[in-house]
Each structure stands twice: as C-alpha cells, then as structure tokens.
Design a protein around this ligand. Structure first.
Ligand code: RFL
Ligand code: PHB
Length: 391
C-alpha cells in the first residue's frame, strides 16, 4: 500500500490531521493500536479553545459541537471557602471556551472519516514499526489479522500519544526530553447528574484540589487530588462524593447531586516535552511530543495547534513545493508548547496541595489567589492563557 502521509494513532491528533489533509486533497492512512470502541471509551478532555473549535469548523465536523457544546465565558476559583468568578469573556475582549467532551470530538471525526471512505486500520496492537524516515522513502510496517503489511509514504505523522512507538523510534541521541512528575494524581468520576454550577469550579483547599466540570446539562465530570499511588478501586462512589463535598463551599455542597459513577479512574500528573518534534520525515504531534498536567485544560488544544501547523506544512510542501513549513514545524510548535507548559505548571502549582509545602505553602497559595482575583492584570493573564494564546 502507498499513501502520502502515514498517520500513527487515531486519537484527536491523528484524526484531526487526517481530516485537514483530506480537505486539502492529501492522501492519508491512519494506523491505530486499539479498536475504535476502545478509543471512544477513554474519558479525557472537556474544554476546547477557540483555536480548536475553529479547526473543527475548518474540517466540516462541528455541527454537533455547535448544537451541543456549552459556551463558557468564565471560570470560578474557590479558595478559603468562597468562590470568585474570572470573567474571561470581558478580560479577553470576547473570547470563550467550549465544553464538549474529547469523546464527542473523536466520535465526530471518526464519523466524518468513515463517511468519506478514508482508510483507518484499527486493532494492530503493538506491531507498528517505522523505517527509513531519515531518507526520502519512509515505510510503516504492521500486522493485521496475522498478516504483515507495509505502507510506503512521503511522511510519517507520529500522533500516537505519550506511550506510542513514534517517539520511541527516534535514536536517543537525537532527542532532548524535559520532565516534571507531580507527587499526586486526579481521581475522576463521570456521572449522569446535573453540574454543580453553570461554569467550571477549580478549588484550592487544605485537603487538596478539586474540580467540578461537566459534559452536558445532565452529565458531570468531577476530580479530586489524590496521592500519586492511589488506585480508583480503593474508592467507592460514596467515598468520592464525601471527599468532594468537603472540598466545596456551602452553596456548591447544597447544589451537588450525586449518583452512580459511569467511569472512575486516576490520572497521574506530569509535564513533559521532547525536542525537536521533527526527525527527517517523521513528525511528532500532540501527546507523542508533550504532556501537560490537566489543570489548564491544554493537552487536547495543544494537539490541535500542532496539527494545524503540521497540515499547513504538508500543504505547503505539496501545493507550493516549499519546504519552509516542514523546516519550521518543530520550532513553531515548541514556542506555543512551552507557553502552555508554563501556564499548566503554574496553575497546577497554585491549585494543588504539595506534600512538602506545609501550612506556609497553603498560605502563599491563598495570598496569590487573593491577589489574582483582585487584580485585573493578574486575572487577565489567567484568562488570556485559559482561553488559549493565538496561533
Ligand atoms: P491520544 O489521545 O493519547 O491518542 C493517541 C492514539 O495513538 C494510539 N497509539 C498507537 N497506535 C498505533 N501504534 C502504536 N504503537 C500506538 N500507541 C498508541 C493510541 O491507542 C491512541 O488512540 O493522543 P493525542 O491524539 O495526541 O491527543 C491528546 C489528548 O488526548 C490529551 O492531550 C488530552 O486528553 C489531555 N487532557 C485535556 N486536554 C485538554 O485540552 N482539555 C482538557 O480539559 C483535558 N482534560 C486531559 C484532561 C487528559 C486527562 N488524562 C486522562 C490524562 C483530563 C484528563 C483526566
Ligand atoms: C474535564 O472536564 O475533564 C476537564 C475540565 C477542565 C480541566 C481538566 C479536565 O482543566
């Protein structure tokens, strides 16, 4: 088989890239380790920046997003037992975010790909290997139904997440990695209960961080900070709701409706960047190249901006016969990536309880939050980053 761009991974990065390339008339094939149902079963991001919704518009897959997505013009910060609203819309001259689950984005992209008859090879397990990407004729080999296949291509896009094969295929000496592991994780629960508030609540408390988010007016997503080694199996639904309740203000506590969990899992928190993001004809995009802790809701949005740059680079290559986009891909992405890394690290550091920081650390966080909600300059800096920096 031959294609112009071989895409490894059918997460949001891979599917979005496939769609943008298809729209530009560039042939592509996606190879995915898991089944489509497995990919759709992962509950992850919920907040989309304007940059991401614009891209989904460009791909022609945003009808359901505009119908069902919840447009938010603010977030609430809860500390010292009281909530304070950050009016992002006013502070950023009208910018908003849209609450629409990653699962739904993936669903819409998969449907569009299917309708257009584009090739996605699912369930190839760990069989993918990448070859000759340092030359002009890269190849991807994989096993499907007991048979070995080879896909010849012009470029390989490594959209296979943090644990994928793409970054792992790069010679170690060619990569520089930067990493910070936080000493805690998020225990998350999804439940068919109405949201506590019509906007997201980010809570800093003496017992640790909590987040009240949502997927729709009838489905909510909640998180509480837990020690990094904690297991979801150790938490009954009741134990989760009780812990969450202790981290809320009295009014939110009154509004909290509980119910059986549809999903419960622990996500570790990590900051990670691999540089560069291009090796010959192999390009990394999304979580394959970088991870942010979820506090700033930036992971999926960064994946979308990488893919925007990458699709533009391939379009320049094929249409204008210019290598400028391809040559500057890594540098362009990394400028935006590091700004999102900084913001996510800062917001994580401000909102979580750190085991070594003690009461002094708690007091400093409360003072910073107090300053933040009282200062237009500081609130604006938060709002600008939260709604997403320009491309
Ligand atoms: P993904 O989603 O990990 O997809 C990679 C795909 O590659 C496949 N794969 C392989 N395929 C073939 N061969 C191999 N060897 C392969 N190895 C892996 C995988 O099966 C998978 O299908 O990466 P992608 O596409 O770059 O997308 C990144 C986003 O998923 C991620 O950044 C976000 O989910 C992060 N994130 C959030 N981002 C936001 O922008 N806003 C949020 O509100 C937000 N909340 C979150 C989050 C992530 C969380 N977790 C669980 C880490 C909340 C949480 C709790
Ligand atoms: C979510 O709804 O899953 C979510 C929202 C905001 C975040 C992280 C996760 O910062």
């Amino acid at each position: 088989m031959r294609t112009q761009v071989a895409i490894i991974g059918a997460g949001p990065s891979g599917l979005l890239l496939g769609q943008l390339l298809f729209k530009a008339g560039i042939d592509n094939v996606i190879i995915e380790r898991q089944s489509a149902d497995y990919v759709l079963g992962r509950i992850r991001a919920g907040v989309l920046e304007q940059v991401t919704t614009d891209l989904l518009d460009e791909c022609g897959v945003s009808a359901r997003l505009h119908e069902q997505g919840l447009v938010h013009g603010g977030i609430e910060l809860l500390f010292k037992g009281a909530r304070h609203r950050i009016d992002m819309r006013t502070l950023t001259g009208g910018k908003t975010v849209t609450v629409y689950g990653q699962t739904e984005v993936t669903h819409d992209l998969m449907d569009a790909r299917k309708a257009e008859g584009l090739t996605t090879v699912y369930s190839v397990g760990n069989s993918v290997t990448l070859h000759d990407f340092d030359g002009a004729n890269p190849k991807v080999r994989y096993m499907k139904d007991g048979q070995q296949h080879e896909l010849e291509c012009d470029f390989i896009a490594g959209c296979d997440g943090y644990h994928g094969v793409s970054r792992a295929s790069v010679p170690e000496a060619a990569l520089t990695t930067y990493e910070k592991v936080y000493p805690f994780g998020w225990l998350g629960i999804l439940a068919d209960v109405p949201p506590v508030s019509h906007e997201l609540i980010y809570a800093n408390t003496g017992r640790g961080f909590a987040l009240c988010s949502m997927r729709s007016p009838t489905r909510s997503r909640f998180y509480v900070q837990v020690p990094m080694e904690e297991k979801a199996e150790n938490w009954t639904d009741d134990a989760f709701w009780n812990e969450l309740r202790t981290r809320l203000d009295p009014q939110a506590r009154d509004h909290l409706v509980t119910g059986p969990s549809l999903e419960k899992s622990v996500a570790p928190l990590r900051s990670f960047v691999a540089e560069p993001m291009r090796f010959g004809r192999l390009f990394l995009a999304g979580d394959a190249a970088h991870i942010v802790p979820p506090t700033g809701a930036k992971g999926l949005n960064l994946a979308a901006s990488d893919v925007k740059y990458l699709s533009a680079a391939f379009i320049e290559h094929y249409r204008d016969k210019s290598s400028a986009g391809v040559d500057h891909y890594s540098e362009k992405c990394l400028r935006r990536v590091w700004k999102a890394e900084r913001f996510s690290w800062w917001f994580t550091s401000l909102m979580h309880r750190f085991p070594d920081a003690g009461e002094f650390g708690q007091k400093l966080q409360e003072a910073e939050l107090d300053y933040l909600v009282g200062s237009k300059a500081a609130s604006t800096a938060l709002a600008e980053n939260y709604v997403g920096l320009p491309l």
